[in-house]
Design a protein around this ligand. Sequence first.
Ligand code: CU
Length: 127
Amino acid sequence: MLHFTVWQPRTRAMILAVSISAAVLLVGCSSDDSSNTVAEVAQVDTNEIVIDDFRFTPATTTVKVGVAVTWTNQQGVAHTTTASDGTWDSGSIGTDASFSNTFDEAGEFSYFCAIHPSMTGTITVEG
Ligand SMILES: [Cu+2]
């Protein structure tokens, strides 16, 4: 008896679809996966940004949709956190004062300090 598999286009399409589904499932579960590296976890959970020395630290932050990001000014001069697209504008944040913005939409948001425009940062919001 001769066993012979013919790879019909339909079969290949099914296998491709299953492979894509598996990949999507893996990506979807990655945030709950305890095998995540420390770097990945820190990136997703960072929502506190320090303003000091004419810098936003960290300058790039990644959060999930619905998470609030808080900026705290630890410098002796006032700063702002102002979205480039106008989504939010803290106004002047004095020394030791804070400002929070909750991100309800996924996307990449660049921002700057309206008093010192060379101060810039980016918030990436993941759906
Ligand atoms: Cu500033």
